[in-house]
Design a protein around this ligand. Structure first.
Ligand code: ADP
Ligand code: MG
Length: 194
């Protein structure tokens, strides 16, 4: 199949994600969690804004569990399906989560919204990244909208085999500052070409 646009690539990558062997996935998840937890950006963060992974995404549970132990403030996203906006609310345990938009676990209604809480690190999910830090998401632009209006350090987490040459970036796409995969840590050069 010829892939020459964002939608076709997204479709193809979702198929490829579903095909990843479960045992290999959990090894890659563990490697990514280890790399994130060993990184300076994680260690220096006071607050961690982090998605609750679905089956095909890089697993975030190990990272979140350690963040609780490290006494970081942990915030998880809640999507407002109607207007395409997303907010982050504080969770203190996995018991604070309940199924929300598309059945994805999200903070329940008693969780407090985000306050500017020290140094914030946002772990940004994607189907794929390019080496300039641009991402291909699931096609709703939630993270582009959120990140456009919010200043924090942005960490892309991604399986190495899903770091590609081209993700068909658009003008509204917001790049991350660095990417951590199961194999490497990539710092995005600020002098990137437009
Ligand atoms: P994803 O980032 O999930 O891969 P896209 O980048 O294709 O998805 O964006 C999905 C939609 O969200 C696009 O139609 C885009 O116009 C819209 N969008 C993205 N960022 C913004 C923004 N900051 N303000 C308004 N609409 C946006
Ligand atoms: Mg986008």
């Amino acid at each position: 199949m010829q892939i020459n646009d964002k939608r076709a690539l997204r479709k193809e990558l979702i198929i490829r994600r579903r095909q990843v062997d479960k045992r290999i996935k959990s090894e890659m998840d563990k490697a990514i969690a280890d790399n994130v937890l060993a990184s300076d950006c994680y260690k220096s963060a006071d607050s961690l804004l982090i998605y609750i992974s679905t089956e095909i995404e890089v697993d975030t549970r190990q990272i979140i569990m350690q963040a609780f132990k490290d006494e970081k403030a942990v915030y998880a996203p809640r999507c407002m399906a109607g207007d395409g906006e997303m907010c982050f609310c504080k969770i203190s345990s996995f018991n604070d989560l309940e199924p929300g938009y598309k059945g994805i676990l999200e903070p329940n209604s008693s969780c407090q919204g985000l306050v500017h809480a020290g140094k914030m690190l946002c772990a940004v999910p994607a189907l794929a990244y390019d080496l300039q830090g641009f991402r291909l998401g699931y096609g709703k632009g939630y993270y582009d909208r959120f990140l456009a209006g919010f200043t924090c350090q942005k960490l892309g987490i991604c399986y190495d085999e899903f770091i590609l040459d081209d993700v068909f970036r658009d003008k509204h796409d917001v790049p991350v500052d660095m990417i951590i995969s199961d194999k490497r840590e990539i710092f995005i050069d600020d002098r990137r070409e437009e």
